[in-house]
Design a protein around this ligand. Sequence first.
Ligand SMILES: *Cc1c(COP(=O)(O)O)cnc(C)c1O
Length: 458
Amino acid sequence: MSDREGFREPLAEAVRSAERWLDGVRDGRIPPEADVEQVKDALGRALPDRGPAPVEVIRRMSAAIEPGLMRIHSPRFHGWVMGGAQPVALAADWLTSAWDQNNGLRSVTPGVAGAEELAAEWLLDLLGLPDTAEVGFVTGATVANVVGLTCGRDELLRRAGWDPGDGLAGSPRIRVLAGAERHGSVDSAAHLAGLGRARVIVADTQGRMLPNALREALADGDGPALVVLQAGNIHSGAFDPFPELIRIARDAGAWVHVDGAFGLWAAAAPGLRALTDGIDGADSWATDAHKTLSVPYDCGIAAVADPAALHGAMAQHAAYLASSADVADPSDRVPELSRRARGLTTYATLAQLGRLGVADLVQQLADAAAVIADGIRGIPGAEVLNQVVYTQVCASFGNDDRTRAVGAALLADGAALASPSTWQGRAVLRFSVSNWLTDTEEAGRTVAAVRRAVDAVG
Ligand SMILES: *Cc1c(COP(=O)(O)O)cnc(C)c1O
């Protein structure tokens, strides 16, 4: 490139900086060394009258920020439910920025719209969802939950003879029913959709919604109902019993939404698929590509069985948005109009892994979780509290104080990281396996780090 515009140097500096960071992916210490205030000091707090050349900004920025980076991409990072980025996905993400397509209208940006449409078809196939459903690429499962609940809200209002365009004031009240161990984003989505607090349905010891409790709650009250189920509990990894719950919800005329941020991917692995049996009978689903599939942040996925319901809730209408009348545009499926072509990372990852590669990836994560669970069970005084059916392991190391102390010792050791939490009234250390690099060997290294932490606590 002739580079009159000056792209080459800052990009080359960014590549050098990225390589330095990525070199530490397997063995670098996991927790950040610097806190927010130290990073701001290092960056320099004052807005300059004029700054240095782009390459110099990138160099200084990298140097100041790197000490404050959490090594989320480490194969032994098991905090919260976070993924690492695969090489093909990271490269696709860089191209997404370089191409800088505003993927709202397919006729304007056919290149990236085409790749996203293929990725959407492949996702429906891999996740065992109806091939007539449509997919929107959003920032994460939180927004995918908002999409599902908003579509459900509008459809339920229409069925009750109310035009959603008239707003919620004076409309039939929609009841939201969700499990006791739903993710917090479900409450947030219900709030954003104007639906208020969810009625909480009792769950069993693994956090699975109890069918009888749902049946009773639906019978106790009337009006349209929106039932939110879960594929993959963040503590236990458990999946709701979909066939029975969906039958009960259907009998009551409810809209069924499934939060499957990381759990929906079980459908892609033959050995785990049974966990998601019956899930295709729901109306809408939320999942993430930036967790299990290990694409860079951010990429969430909203799928809705009835395309008309999706377009009705999401599409923007304006004369200047000249779309092809018969085919939906990307912006008809998400809350945004302008957005990056974030589905490209999913396209590239699925194109590389293929059907078998995705199956292997999901199975690998579950196998690694089983190794972590077995290893912890072998540590005197340690206990695994959940049935490990998928990628989540909740451990206790005696009483709550000792469990917290082991968590702190593990953080100080720096070779592995798990997040402290409270589950069913007890302090736990939660290990989530959702990174493409975590295999049974790395899981063994995690167990060794936990043993060191337990020894350190004494
Ligand atoms: C992570 C997660 C979410 C929220 O997803 P984001 O991508 O963080 O918006 C919702 N539900 C479950 C079960 C999750 O694990």
